[in-house]
Design a protein around this ligand. Sequence first.
Ligand code: NAD
Length: 395
Amino acid sequence: MPVVTPKIRGFICTTSHPAGCAANVKAQIEYVKSQPALENPAKKVLVIGSSTGYGLASRIVPAFGGGASTIGVFFEKPGSETRPGSAGWYNSIAFEEEAAKAGLYAKSFNGDAFSHDMKAKVIETIKEDLGQVDMVVYSLASPRRTDPDSGETFSSVLKPIGENYTNKTLNTDKAEVAEVSIDPANEDEIAHTVKVMGGEDWKYWIDALSEAGVLADGFKTVAYSYIGPEMTWPIYTNGTIGTAKKDLDATVEALNGTFGDNTAVVSVNKALVTQASSAIPVVPLYISLLYKVMKEKGNHEGCIEQIQRLYATHFGTGTATTDEVGRVRIDDWEMDPEIQAIVDGLWNEVNTDNLRELSDFDGYQDEFLRLFGFGIEGVDYDAEVATDVAVPSIG
Ligand code: NAD
């Protein structure tokens, strides 16, 4: 059995610690259990992209806050005897083990959610085990997608549209604030990003589930988006990824047209350190400043707190903030003008020398390592650890 240490390459960590990942999942479960039980909870929940970040939280909250049966779909790498697998693999093992202890049904599928085959397998399992689901969470973040009909593979890009974008960015490896300049995307790159991160596959899932008769009357479905402050709009909201996110709004309209008002919704979530967000230029520097300001203000949240609030207020009491196009805004505390004004001031001042003073870069780095199960109190990182462990329902 190996001793597992972090191996960071740019914005990814190529190792993950099974015991650390388990501790992370348990801490999220404890948080949910410390909150009031959910009102009107969904009882049978399918989460697509359920192994890390917002999707993992979206599986934990209904299970441990509402006693839901859950099916999770993800694309993760199992470990071997000598090498660790990916963090989402170990997170999913821990989730299933804790669910079993609590007497909760949980099954997981590892593979390509964009494929017809995955949809068919999940539908079979719903039919056999649950009959129907009453909530579908779509939380995929993927750099590419193979179209299930044409077999063509599309890649998404993180680029501005129309003109070059230059701004500060953070080299997280070197703790350096530098300038980044990104050329605009061409038409193909825009279309391909929409193909990967837009709503088409979300709709494919809902249509396939509906045709198979496995959606309960009055089911709900949610996908996640981001807007953020104006300084990031050229690279995010008005860039290629934002164009894909706008496509989610169109998908909501289409789904609600078929299945009835308030069936589908987009939730705009807070900027947080996840494997997906660490790959976006400019955003990690913004997150480091935002964390500093929100921690000082006392209203910082992670994925689990955000998703607890989403289920409790939007799907529960119906008291969540929504905007003019009907999106749920659990980014409301991030976007508070007072918070944004302070972040904006710090943005203008921040440089390599004052990075640790003006921002919560230490917090950013800690959280990045924690995504992979490192730096967690109570975990013995000098001990050998079994890495070739299986997700119970996958074997
Ligand atoms: P993440 O990288 O932590 O999670 C992505 C999930 O998708 C994982 O479970 C992964 O296994 C799964 N996945 C990827 N490709 C797959 C495939 N082909 N088949 C099956 N599963 C696959 O990302 P995240 O940050 O939690 O993002 C989830 C959603 O939330 C995205 O839509 C993202 O845009 C949105 N969001 C993120 C932030 C943020 O700051 N992180 C903010 C707002 C909204």
